[in-house]
Design a protein around this ligand. Structure first.
Ligand code: SDX
Length: 428
């Protein structure tokens, strides 16, 4: 009769250990009993970059990397992108169920009532240099929000926790829009809560007192779907940062600033900015083969390709590719799309990429759409952060409410110097 256990034999001692298996995994702490000498610390598992380590139990997002499957609370990303809205998906991620009409109405109203930021925060944003990267402004502004809402530390109080969630989801687009307007040296447009989530964001970015100004509904819809696609992605680098920093029980604004900092990196949320620079550098489809050769020599990576989990096509990239055509109907095509499509075609037929299971990820096409919509390249990670904020918050809540979770504090394998005595400088 098979047992749900793992039997480990330590060949150094001949001892065997029976370790329980739960959810097709073992608890790393169960390895600590494996010792050679009784006063040994006990065995650790070594897993740099956590390639094969589950840091938590979660019920929010499911990814099957081999099959290219992504589901939020069990709902396929394709159905949510097609039929839902970002605010509704944010509710789903945070509370586990799709809201009914009354819940959705209340939820939307609450978020849109928290779109204004404190005037002192506006002044702070205004005082960044004109060439400050908007992601740096966003990170600074979100961290500063912890000083405007000190009560956020008491997030065990359900009402206080709920209010910070509304504030973050409501104010992030405003901070992002103000960062953009600082960049282009234009006065700020205050939020218009009568508009939808993405529409209000586009309004704050673009309105220049035109008499007949209206947000283009196709672009607002496309951006709303992009926010849905970026909303959560289980334990990615920035979400892990949210959980790890949040595990010290710091307020959610400080934790989100840490998550946004992780997202800023070119290997993570900064990749769509890097994709645009790459496509612009390639410049013409005839330059693609030479560029690919340089990637294969290891000179640099093909940005927007590859993924720690997906060893198949990122389902989000497929959806984004479709959105591109809707956007180009309005904005006119972005010539970089031709280079991207050809680059994808050539790469997917090349053994180097096939062997390493490297496919386009969420960042490969998103930047082309953002650029066609008129966003400057350095706004791309900011757009990613707006969408991902609901996922960061959902994961943060799941972590603080998880009785098994404590302050994150990994161990190490010390391979440094053994004990040695100090040597005075005149004897070195
Ligand atoms: C996001 O985690 C998430 O879920 C992230 C994200 C989310 O929603 O939160 O999906 C968003 O961050 C998407 C990824 C965006 N980043 C990029 O597009 C940057 C380019 N991609 C890579 O740097 C890379 O693919 C990562 C960072 C995405 C994944 O890196 P891994 O899993 O650590 O893979 P690896 O570095 O171990 O690479 C395995 C092999 C290596 O070759 P060998 O050393 O075995 O010969 O594949 C090669 C790598 O050199 N490789 C690439 C490559 N990505 C990996 N070679 C060329 N181009 C690439 N893009």
């Amino acid at each position: 009769m098979s047992k749900n256990t793992l039997t480990i034999t330590d060949n150094r001692t001949g001892k065997t250990y029976e370790i329980p298996i739960e959810n097709d995994s073992i608890r790393a702490i169960d390895l600590r009993q494996i010792k050679v000498n009784p006063d040994d610390f006990g065995m650790l598992s070594y897993d740099p970059a956590y390639l094969n380590t589950a840091s938590c139990k979660s019920r929010i997002t499911y990814i099957d990397g081999a099959k290219g499957i992504l589901r939020y609370r069990g709902y396929p990303i394709e159905q949510l992108a097609e039929q839902s809205t970002y605010k509704e998906v944010a509710y789903l991620l945070l509370y586990g169920e799709l809201p009914n009409a009354e819940q959705l109405e209340f939820w939307q109203n609450r978020i849109m009532r928290h779109t204004y930021i404190h005037e002192d925060l506006r002044h702070m944003i205004q005082n960044f240099r004109y060439d400050a990267h908007p992601m740096g402004i966003l990170i600074g502004a979100v961290a500063a929000m912890s000083t405007f809402h000190p009560e956020a530390k008491n997030f065990d109080d359900p009402e206080i926790r709920q209010k910070q969630i509304w504030r973050i989801l409501g104010k992030l687009p405003t901070i992002a829009a103000f960062a953009y307007r600082t960049r282009i040296g234009r006065p700020y447009n205050y939020p218009d809560s009568s508009l939808g989530y993405a529409a209000n964001f586009l309004y704050m970015l673009d309105y220049m007192n035109q008499r007949d100004y209206e947000v283009n509904p196709v672009l607002a819809k496309a951006l709303d779907v992009l926010f849905i696609l970026h909303a959560d992605h289980e334990q990615n680098c920035s979400t892990s940062a949210m959980r790890s920093v949040g595990s010290s029980r710091v307020d959610p604004y400080s934790a989100i600033a840490a998550a946004a900092s992780a997202l800023y990196g070119p290997l993570h949320g900064g990749a769509n900015e890097a994709v645009l620079r790459m496509l612009t550098e390639i410049g013409n489809v005839k330059n693609i083969p030479g560029y690919i050769e340089r990637v294969k020599k290891g000179e640099f990576r093909l940005m927007g390709f590859g993924h720690r989990v997906y060893k198949n096509y990122d389902p989000r990239a497929k959806i984004i590719k479709k959105i591109a055509h809707d956007v180009f109907e309005v904005t006119g095509s972005n010539p970089l799309i031709d280079i991207a499509v050809e680059l994808e075609k050539i790469a997917l037929e090349d053994e180097y990429f096939i062997k390493r299971k490297l496919y386009p990820n969420v960042d490969f096409y998103s930047g082309i759409i953002y650029q066609a919509m008129g966003f400057p390249v350095d706004m791309f990670p900011v757009l990613f952060a707006i969408g991902r904020a609901s996922g960061w918050l959902a994961q943060w809540i799941e972590m603080i409410d998880d009785p098994e979770q404590r302050i994150a504090r990994p161990r190490q394998l010390y391979l440094g110097e053994p004990m040695r005595d100090y040597v005075p400088v005149d004897q070195r």
